[in-house]
Design a binder for this molecule. Structure first.
Ligand SMILES: Cc1ncc(C[n+]2csc(CCOP(=O)(O)OP(=O)(O)O)c2C)c(N)n1
Ligand SMILES: [Mg+2]
Length: 419
């Protein structure tokens, strides 16, 4: 530990605060940052392709949700693609990424098959979590995308645990933990920052500051609105970056990953970004003006980057069109695949769950629908009973109805209970 402490002071990321353009809500008037140099042609193209794929995927996910093909909750990150892709593009395959409930794009950017992500949204067997998690619980161990969490701030301590495991096993993998501005108000935020700094954990915290936690603007939910400074008192320094600029995010995060990997110094990056859609599919958006959304859309991260590639001769209009068409083909195929993937069999209802048996008495040992205390696996031996219960549930829910915006899953109040 002493050795690690000594390392900590060696080289922190340059004190320079990577200032983005002034964002609404950013009271300290950041200066326009000079444009970063384009990376090589292949990398530039990949950045654009991944952002275009995420955008198209999420548009389709929204559409399929309205058709009731995708169930549960759905949180889209349309508008936030540069923050996601800029970050993942500088991670190594053996680095860990952990996010929130707004992470379809994070999984895609890590290389998870879009078919499997879509199948998860549809609750189908080929989904990344076997159809049991849905939109908020995408997971891909192979690519070290460690989820998908519905509890705001719940992923922060887990990130510290992942980073600790790297240390413990003597690996130089780094954990990148992405979370929202709202999550910076949770107790988990402070506790995790403290332990990460104290134990010099190899982790980069990246706050996706989209200026709102559900319908509450940052000025109304956080006493400190410069989130890059919010963990300073706990031993974690931070910087701000323009989260709509894929290259700026890439450069900043690369530097912070290097610091975590080589110097074992955890840091915080605050990326200014914006979600064009509501908090979730059931959001009447009474808390912001249309003009504000339009203002951010004019700085669209994909459009801006594509224009630059064309202007600097890296790509032609025809190639840009090809990228869009390719994303369309991949996503259409993903939706078809998800639709054809089977539902998990009813008899597997209790797989991967456990019910505490005789060892611990309590209400939670009882499945209310078949009132004896029993381990869940026993349901498998009673398929008729399980079937009957499922039929009753389906009859109670009524026939499948097509959803329309605003009325699909109740109102915004219901949403409070979800992710
Ligand atoms: C511990 C906890 N409290 C409240 C909620 C309800 N909730 C879901 S999302 C959300 C807002 C979080 O905002 P932010 O962290 O900024 O992330 P964003 O949705 O903007 O990506 C809240 C309060 C929850 N899921 N978990
Ligand atoms: Mg937010």
């Amino acid at each position: 530990m002493a050795e690690k402490q000594a390392q900590r002071s060696k080289s922190k990321p340059s004190g320079k605060r990577a200032e983005g353009r002034k964002a609404p809500g950013d009271g300290d008037g950041t200066a326009e940052a000079p444009a970063s140099k384009l990376p090589d042609e292949k990398t530039s193209r990949e950045l654009l392709e991944t952002m275009a794929l995420i955008r198209r995927f999420e548009e389709e996910a929204g559409r399929q949700y309205q058709r009731a093909k995708a169930g549960g909750f759905l949180h889209l990150a349309i508008g936030e693609e540069a923050t996601i892709v800029g970050t993942t593009s500088v991670m190594r395959p053996d680095d860990y990424l952990i996010g929130t409930y707004r992470t379809h794009g994070h999984a895609l950017a890590r290389g998870t098959d879009p078919k499997r992500v879509m199948a998860e949204l549809y609750g189908r067997i080929d989904g990344t979590s076997g159809g049991r998690g849905g939109s908020m619980h995408i997971f891909d161990l192979e690519r070290r995308f460690m989820g998908g969490y519905g509890i705001v701030g719940g992923n922060l301590p887990l990130a510290a645990g992942l980073a600790l495991s790297s240390d413990y096993r003597g690996e130089d993998s780094v954990t990148v933990c992405m979370f929202g501005d709202g999550a910076s108000n949770t107790g988990n935020f402070g506790e995790t920052m403290n332990i990460a700094a104290l134990w010099s954990l190899p982790v980069v915290f990246l706050v996706e500051n989209n200026l709102y936690g559900m319908g509450t603007s940052i000025e109304r939910h956080s006493a400190v609105t410069d989130l890059s400074r919010k963990a300073e008192g706990l031993g974690i320094s931070g910087v701000r970056v323009d989260g709509m600029d894929v290259l700026a995010v890439r450069e900043t995060v690369a530097e912070h990953i290097r610091t975590a990997r080589e110097d074992r110094t955890p840091t915080l990056v605050e990326a200014f970004t914006y979600r064009y859609r509501g908090h979730s599919a059931a959001d009447p958006e009474v808390y912001r003006e249309k003009e504000e959304v339009q203002e951010w859309q004019r700085k669209d991260p994909i459009e801006t980057f594509a224009r630059r590639l064309i202007e600097e001769g890296t790509m032609s209009e025809a190639e840009l069109e090809e990228i869009r068409e390719h994303a369309d083909v991949v996503v259409t195929e993903a939706a078809r695949f998800a639709d054809e993937s089977p539902e998990p069999p009813l008899a597997s209802l209790y797989d991967h769950l456990y019910v505490v048996g005789d060892q611990v008495k309590g209400w939670y040992t009882v499945d209310e629908r078949s009132p004896d205390p029993h381990p869940g696996e026993q349901e498998r031996e009673a398929p008729d009973r399980a079937h009957e219960l499922a039929e009753r549930g389906a009859a109670y829910a009524g026939p499948e109805a097509s959803r329309t915006v605003g009325e699909e899953i109740g109102d915004a109040e219901d949403e409070e209970e979800g992710g």
